[in-house]
Design a protein around this ligand. Structure first.
Ligand code: UD1
Length: 417
């Protein structure tokens, strides 16, 4: 639980954490490598802890030294317990890595934030294309590929981030060549491919819609620095924006921020990008963010939609959101409305009429990025905002309460966050 006394005006400097969404597939990649992998800039998050628990369960030795995570890879088991699978959706990518090493795997479908139906059909059909036999028995997936993974041409019907990562992990040590058409182009795919290539993999075209993987016999662990978290960065930018603040973010990759700049420009913020850092200076009164349409990269990311909606809630004028990636990604609108925001949701469209000020209220986070949106709103709301369910936020933001307090927010974090 978190209590925020607003309004605040944020100012100062902040270092942005390593990317959660990159760390998880990188840890699945470490499972494929002989010897030791050292991941630098590894964020301290509950989802990362879950991935470490999975690796340990499978037989790896993992230890953390600050933001370095050291994995000595070895695999003694091909099953992931249900409790670990249910904790997060991205645990599914371990399946391909286990299959690659053991030729068999057993796990149950993954859990994670409830963002509407989140099927794994693309993951399963892709593995089948690589010669994996997948059986569903009593809620478990039983997979095997006695002859190993066979390279194949796989065309994804949607550029799924998880399915693209999963295919890369499954195919990098497979036989022959795998071609992924309509691959996701997110920067996290590039981070995973760079790491695997440094370990000896032959992956070409990451960041493009067609990825070619020439299977190799073995991979050897190496050192890798996790890319900066672009969604954490945009969250702190939104926090600066709603508070009329002036904040400098260090350790950002500015090319990854470009697809998210338009709402900041529309709302009247000045964003200056300098090398690996970024300064945002916000006006006292934000304008509407106008039109946000979530799309696969390099479009506007769905993960940034909730925090930008908190900006729209206090931006003068009307903003329209179209959520194209997930069906149930407007659950933060209930809390925002309780704080005085004027939002109408109709299917995948949300229309936000900016109000001059939000008021503190008791609200509840329903998912990770929605929880972050409520925190951003709480920073600019007058009075006290009490946010329950911040354990969702802990899944993706390292010490968010402490970081905001350093920038001048009045935040109290209780127990679970
Ligand atoms: C990843 C990110 C998540 C982000 C999302 C979209 C991680 C750990 N998570 O999630 O933060 O919001 O990308 O940028 O990296 N789909 C199917 N069948 C499948 C797989 C996906 O229908 O087998 C659908 C999903 O339901 C969703 C869409 O494809 O509607 C996008 O999902 P996907 O890109 O796979 O997202 P994730 O990898 O789960």
């Amino acid at each position: 639980m978190m209590i925020i006394d607003g309004p605040a005006r944020l100012s100062g400097e902040l270092s942005v954490q390593g990317a959660k969404n990159s760390t998880l597939p990188l840890l699945a990649g470490a499972l494929l490598c002989k010897g030791q992998t050292v991941l630098h800039n590894c964020p301290d998050l509950s989802d990362v802890d879950t991935a470490i628990e999975i690796l340990r369960h499978l037989g790896c030795v993992c230890r953390r030294e600050g933001h370095d995570l050291i994995v000595d890879s070895s695999i003694t088991c091909h099953e992931i317990p249900e409790e670990l699978m249910r904790r997060m959706r991205s645990s599914i990518v371990f399946l391909g890595a286990i299959l690659s090493r053991c030729k068999e795997a057993r796990l149950c479908p993954p859990g994670g934030c409830e963002l509407g139906p989140r099927p794994i059909d693309l993951h399963i059909s892709s593995l089948r294309r690589l010669g994996v036999q997948v059986k569903e028995c009593g809620g478990w997936l039983e997979c095997s590929c006695p002859g190993g993974i066979n390279g194949a041409y796989v065309s994804l019907s949607f550029p799924s981030v998880g399915a693209t990562e999963h295919l890369i992990l499954a195919a990098v040590c497979g036989k022959g060549t795998t071609i992924i058409a309509n691959a996701a182009r997110e920067p996290e795919i590039c981070d995973l491919s760079e790491y695997l290539n440094r370990c000896g993999g032959r992956i070409y075209g990451a960041g493009e819609s067609c990825i070619i993987i020439d299977g190799v016999e073995e991979l050897y662990g190496c050192e890798h620095r996790v890319m900066p978290d672009r969604i954490a960065a945009v969250t702190y930018m939104a926090a600066a924006a709603v508070t009329g603040g002036n904040v400098t973010l260090r350790d950002v990759d500015n090319t990854h921020i470009l697809p998210m700049l338009s709402p900041f420009e529309e709302s009247g913020c000045q964003v200056r990008q300098l090398g690996g850092s970024l300064n945002i200076s916000a006006p006292r009164q934000l304008s509407a963010v106008r039109h946000i349409r979530t799309m696969p990269y390099p479009g506007f990311p769905t993960d940034a939609q909730p925090v930008v909606m908190s900006m729209a809630a206090v931006g003068e004028g009307t903003s329209v959101f179209v959520e194209n990636i997930f069906e149930n990604r407007y659950r933060h609108t209930e809390g925002l409305t309780r704080m005085g925001a004027r939002i109408k949701v109709e299917g995948k469209v949300a229309v936000v009429e900016g109000v001059p000020e939000l008021s503190g209220a008791a609200v509840e986070a329903a998912d990770l990025r929605g929880g972050a949106a409520l925190i951003v709103a709480g920073l600019c709301a007058r009075g006290s905002t009490r946010i329950e369910g911040t354990e969702f936020v802990k899944r993706g933001y390292e010490d968010i309460g402490e970081k905001l307090a350093l920038l001048g927010a009045r935040v109290k974090v209780f127990e679970s966050c």
